[in-house]
Design a protein around this ligand. Structure first.
Ligand SMILES: Cc1cc2nc3c(=O)[nH]c(=O)nc-3n(C[C@H](O)[C@H](O)[C@H](O)COP(=O)(O)OP(=O)(O)OC[C@H]3O[C@@H](n4cnc5c(N)ncnc54)[C@H](O)[C@@H]3O)c2cc1C
Length: 444
């Protein structure tokens, strides 16, 4: 589907909008209680964007609204839950504003280069990444922007937005949706039968996931053999000493990254951005992604654990599931029956646009442009509406397959920053370093 130019938010020229917004900004700068921006969601994306917008673009009236007081709570929960050791992305993808910051931090703090990073892309240890992120948040005072709460309603006016949580109402010139995908998880269809019978299948990414249950199981089973499932199996087997069974519909797939990094640079990005048909962009995103794959060092450790009998992989679909005498019985398509006292699924996030009722409501209320599969069609500055920016998966039809990842937050900052710095031609900033954006702003 091509972008709907008849949408009321796209039928004026960029320049006309910009003039309108700038004159409104001049007025609102003087209104007490009017923030520059409210960022909805304070995970990796919201926190990084608050860093760029405050430290580099000089906006001092910000709010980052998130149900958790601590930044990156969901990131921490997900990565701890599956026992991840190394990030899948390179050290240049970090929360500071310089691509080298994480590597320099590691040197300053005396981390051993040989264990702190995995070559050839210098993928950092999770512990190092988290320590660096905490230092960036502390040293830049990013905590001060946070407001605890869940955004229940978002009203988009011509010249400002109103954001309502269970505790407060905020007014700002702009809002930015950085809500992540954690609210909607993907459960296999067969798990509904157990849920209906009152039993729960744990999802490794659910807030209720309890690793202890798996560690104390006499026959732990994990369904799903992507990075989360395999790392969870390795961590569980290593910690509990009990052999773990992993059931997967596909063979183990080994890939360095979860999507083709070519789209981060000009070679693929130009091609992606030149495509005006959004169903073709969607097809490019699907082709570029490798869900359910594991990086090389995880695959290597898995093959060692398999040889030792610590992890067993069964390649088959689950046909049906039953509860018998407190145990779960999984019948597989290859005829094998598996019984367990603890089944955990590691089947990722639900497909479809994130943000749940809030995003749905805003899209419908303001008739915002969406693709056939319901994802936002923002403009080149990631504005879904003249007052509303998007980041993460909500921006993927404009940024490309990597949009939900850490590098997606960096790419989003370039586009949003280009708008706030009154740059034209947002696509030009897609693959140049972020610093180039404000360097050129200073020399302008
Ligand atoms: C196990 C795992 C490992 C990963 N490893 C990597 C990696 O190595 N490298 C990489 O680049 N990417 C990785 N990713 C992908 C991605 O970087 C992470 O998922 C990251 O957490 C996404 O950040 P986010 O801010 O978009 O979402 P989140 O971290 O989920 O944060 C979104 C926040 O928004 C809040 N929120 C949602 N709705 C509302 C609302 N209505 N009001 C207020 N707040 C709201 C949520 O509570 C949450 O705190 C990984 C993902 C997973 C699951």
């Amino acid at each position: 589907m091509a972008v709907d130019r008849s949408n009321p938010h796209f039928d004026r020229t960029e320049r006309a909008w910009r003039q309108l917004l700038l004159s409104a900004a001049a007025v609102y700068g003087k209104i007490p209680g009017m923030l520059d921006m409210v960022i909805i969601g304070g995970g990796v994306h919201g926190t990084y964007l608050s860093h760029v917008i405050s430290a580099r673009l000089g906006f001092r009236e910000l709010a980052v609204v998130d149900p958790y007081r601590q930044p990156l709570t969901v990131w921490g929960r997900h990565t701890q839950a599956c026992g991840m050791r190394y990030l899948r992305s390179p050290s240049s993808h970090n929360l500071d504003l310089d691509f080298h910051a994480l590597r320099e931090f590691a040197v300053r703090r005396g981390w051993d280069r040989n264990t702190a990073f995995i070559p050839p892309y210098a993928r950092p240890l999770l512990r190092l990444f988290d320590e660096h992120a905490a230092a960036v948040i502390r040293e830049n005072g990013l905590q001060r922007w946070r407001h605890t709460g869940t955004v229940r309603d978002l009203i988009l006016h011509d010249d400002h937005v109103t954001v309502t949580t269970e505790h407060q109402r905020l007014r700002a010139r702009y809002a930015l949706l950085a809500v992540g995908r954690s609210a909607a998880l993907c459960y296999p269809r067969w798990s509904a039968a157990l849920a209906a019978a009152g039993d729960v299948v744990d999802h490794v990414l659910a807030p209720t996931f309890c690793r202890q249950r798996l560690l104390h199981s006499d026959s732990p089973v994990i369904v799903g053999a992507g990075a989360s499932g395999v790392q969870l199996a390795l961590a569980t087997a290593a910690e509990s000493g009990t052999p773990v069974t992993v059931i997967s519909e596909h063979e183990i797939r080994v890939r360095s990254f979860d999507s083709d990094p070519c789209f981060i640079g000009p070679r693929c990005a130009r091609h992606f951005l030149a495509e005006t048909d959004y169903s073709r962009r969607r097809a490019m995103i699907i082709a570029a992604r490798d869900p359910g794959s594991v990086p090389e060092e995880v695959a290597l450790q898995l093959s060692r654990f398999r040889d030792q009998g610590a992890v067993r992989i069964i390649t088959a679909a689950v046909r049906s599931v039953r509860q018998t005498g407190g145990r779960i019985r999984l019948q597989l398509a290859n005829g094998i029956d598996i019984q367990s006292d603890c089944v955990t699924v590691a089947t990722g996030f639900a497909p479809g646009p994130p943000g749940g009722a809030l995003v749905q409501q805003v899209a419908e209320r303001y008739n915002l442009a969406r693709s056939a599969d319901g994802f936002p069609l923002p403009d080149g500055f990631l504005r879904w509406h003249p007052r509303l920016f998007v980041s993460g998966a909500l921006a993927e039809l404009e940024l490309g397959p990597f949009a939900p990842n850490i590098i997606g937050a960096i790419a989003a900052a370039k586009r949003v920053g280009a708008f706030l710095l009154q740059r034209d031609a947002p696509h030009r900033h897609h693959w140049v370093p972020l610093s180039r954006l404000w360097d050129s702003a200073q020399s302008a």
